[in-house]
Design a protein around this ligand. Sequence first.
Ligand SMILES: [Zn+2]
Length: 330
Amino acid sequence: MKTILLTFLIALLFANFACFSGRSGGNEGNDSGKPEQNNTNTKIKESTGITKMDTTIKTDTKFTDLNKDAFRLHYDAIVIDTHNDILMPVFLQGAKLDADNAGTQSDLVKWKKGGLDVQMFSIYVPERYKSNHFSYVMKLIDKLESFEQENPQTFALCKNYSELESALNSGKFTALMGGEGGNMVEGSMENLETLYSRGVRYLGLTWNTSNAIAISAKDETERGKKGGLTEFGRDVVKRMNELGMLIDVSHLGETAFWEVAELSNSPIIASHSNCYSLCPHYRNLTDEQIKAIAKSGGYIGINFFYKFVDPSGSPGAIKKCTKQHTQCSR
Ligand SMILES: [Zn+2]
């Protein structure tokens, strides 16, 4: 039985999934390195009986200094990325989910190379859609379900743990869905429940813009908007707890964050946020917020969008971090 490991660092080098204002649909960053091979693959097989290392991957000098055990751990574990915007370029710009697209950093080919096993697809409505957010999301889910129906031997869209376990054991690439932005609920509890019944297993209460549920981090810090959760938002938090739907606080204003932390009786998550003390950006979390998420039993998915990683806001921040990580692992 393999250990399920929520590990993001190495997977993110291959499967990009940053999310930010002015979204580019999963095309952020430019890392494309490949892991060292040597005889590691054989050793994994001997010790565990399982391996997911793709033997067709060629050695790239970029990672030759990394500790081989890190790769063994990575490829032996079940690696989950909890936020990826790839559906926008797939459904709006013609990218192929099952092809090695030149213009995206995410697709099934790259995920396989990167050792990613489970992808949580971000269900998101682009800002230019001013209305009918719920119906847009329903169509997006329809299309993802259609892809599963067209690829039943290789791709599984799961709604619960047993489905996920079954899909992984059968060697399928496993998909889950998470909603980004409570605007898609359109102020209707019935819509929230439909999202859950369709398989959406977390919901980010806001994106950068505030909505009927809460004030966003961007509005609170850059536009001076006051307030946290609305009355409807408080009901949404309670209903999500009842449904077993995770509350995602990435993008959420800090006032609303603390109200959620107080109100929720279930673990809360930040699907794609970083550490404010290292990079003071409104999309990142203070040390106190990080401790509160840990105390709730939740998790934080690291975001490699450069503005959330390096205080200088330099596009080269990711490469700098990769270099530092390589040096540290020696
Ligand atoms: Zn986002």
